[in-house]
Design a protein around this ligand. Structure first.
Ligand code: ACO
Length: 429
């Protein structure tokens, strides 16, 4: 029997169907609410509103679990590779060996960007934030690859998606190289995805770059952990932009813009800065006090999450990866790491954090790890964006395949002036 929900408005009752997903909370379908009652709903920040149906990622916030296409994300981080995850998110299933060879070869074929793009970079000031450059150059891809911008053509959709997976790391590394005044390094297709990203970022033409396997494996895990996270701000932004039918490169560039904010992709940089500022385990109680003080805007960066009301599963993998990287560097007793571990311990025993269900999120340990690997903090969000490109394009594809898809057009509760008479300037005081 179909479940239903009854809403009473001014004494009149209206029934709405309740939809059941594979798992997770049921959803009341209010798409006919306005037509039948003349009312809208309001839910700032979408705290109780599903914006679409999706079969890509499932998060159980209470249990602290996350699944990509049904597979536990922490297991994928240990046993899979980022490129395989990109395939999985896009296709819905893991590749056969033949499918994998075809996909991995195709991505390698697309790693270079149009030579003319270099000139585009030259228009930016040296020292620009790599994210400022990236948001523009990703959108500019539509000018360079006009042969794959027809969103109604299935083959063009696939080519543009593969181009983005392959070229975004190249563009991110170029944005970094440009910002520090070093020459661009071309992709090396003998390397895997993450190794190649490291050589494009840290390599120089004067020397042969030697890949540190512990670092490249850590980076690959970081990419997997950031690959998708269902309807977060940047993914929802991509879906909304794409709902107008705009080309894929322009749609995905909106994800980059949204991700850049400090409450989203920028939090890892803020978390690292906070840990550096604390600097000593002795100063932790002072910062815990500040975080709990309502009159102080300070928050423990890397703590809390809209969906996770338990330990973020990504933070667990991240903490382990962080240990591996520090151990490889011979910095087992790293001071910042000691501050992080102690801060986590104290916060998790504190009544304020327990009551509000505030746990470390992925950003708490990712900043320390990336910093230890040599990435400057300005590259943290670009790295996140490289990884999330796989999620954005998977959602973009899913949106187009959804028969319910229509242009996104939220409504509002208008609280402005009622219609009033315009008085021409000459007649005003
Ligand atoms: N430190 C101290 N108090 C906090 C923190 C924190 N990090 N996070 C939440 N709280 C408190 C809030 O003040 C609020 O208290 P109140 O109920 O007394 O008003 C309560 O916990 C609920 O928090 P909200 O901000 O309402 O929760 P929301 O779901 O809107 O925000 C968010 C989640 C933005 C992640 C928030 O926890 C935060 O700002 N954390 C720090 C930034 C951060 O780490 N962001 C990364 C998120 S993960 C990612 O994007 C990959």
């Amino acid at each position: 029997m179909t479940k239903k929900s009854t809403i009473e408005i001014n004494g009149k009752k209206f029934d709405f169907p309740i939809l059941e997903g594979t798992t997770g909370p049921d959803v009341i379908d209010i798409s006919k609410l306005y037509a039948s009652t003349g009312n809208f709903t309001i839910d700032p920040g979408f705290t109780s509103t599903a914006s679409c149906q999706s079969s890509i990622t499932y998060i159980d916030g209470d249990k602290g679990e996350c699944y990509y296409r049904g597979y536990p994300m922490d297991e994928l981080a240990e046993k899979s590779s980022y490129l395989e995850i990109a395939y999985l998110l896009w296709n819905g299933s893991l590749p056969t060996k033949a499918e994998w060879t075809e996909y991995a070869d195709a991505i390698k074929n697309h790693t270079m960007v149009h030579e003319q793009m270099k000139n585009f970079f030259n228009g930016f000031r040296r020292g620009s934030h790599p994210m400022a450059i990236l948001t523009s150059v990703v959108a500019a891809l539509s000018a360079f690859y006009p042969d794959s911008i027809d969103v109604n053509d299935l083959e063009q959709r696939q080519i543009s998606a593969r181009r983005m997976i392959a070229k975004v790391p190249t563009l991110a590394a170029m944005a970094y190289k440009y910002s520090i005044g070093q020459p661009f390094i071309y992709p090396d297709n003998s390397l895997d995805y993450s190794e190649n990203f490291m050589q494009m970022t840290f390599g120089v033409p004067a020397e042969k770059y030697k890949v540190n396997k512990v670092f490249s494996k850590a980076l690959d895990k970081i990419f997997i952990l950031h690959a998708d996270h269902e309807q977060n701000a940047s993914t929802s932004t991509v879906r909304l932009a794409a709902s107008s039918g705009v080309n894929p490169f322009a749609s995905i560039s909106t994800g980059f813009t949204s991700l850049w904010g400090p409450l989203h992709g920028g939090a890892n940089e803020a978390a690292l800065n906070m840990l550096k500022e604390i600097g000593d385990v002795k100063k932790i109680p002072e910062y815990i006090k500040k975080a709990k003080d309502k009159s102080d805007p300070f928050k423990l960066m890397g703590f809390g999450h809209r969906v996770y009301k338990n330990y973020d599963p990504r933070a667990k993998v991240m903490q382990k990866t962080c240990h591996e990287v520090l151990e490889d560097l011979g910095r087992k007793d790293d001071k910042i790491m000691q501050v992080a571990l102690e801060l986590e311990k104290i916060a998790l025993q504190d009544e304020y954090f327990i009551e509000k269900k505030l746990y470390p999120n992925i950003d708490f340990y990712s900043g320390i790890t990336l910093n230890a690997m040599g990435f400057p903090s300005t590259m943290f969000t670009p790295l996140f964006a490289v990884a999330r490109t796989a999620g954005w394009i998977a959602h973009w594809k899913e949106m187009y395949l959804d028969p319910q898809n229509k242009i996104g057009r939220p409504r509002q509760l208008y609280i402005g002036e009622k219609p009033r008479k315009f008085i021409e300037l000459k007649n005003r005081n």
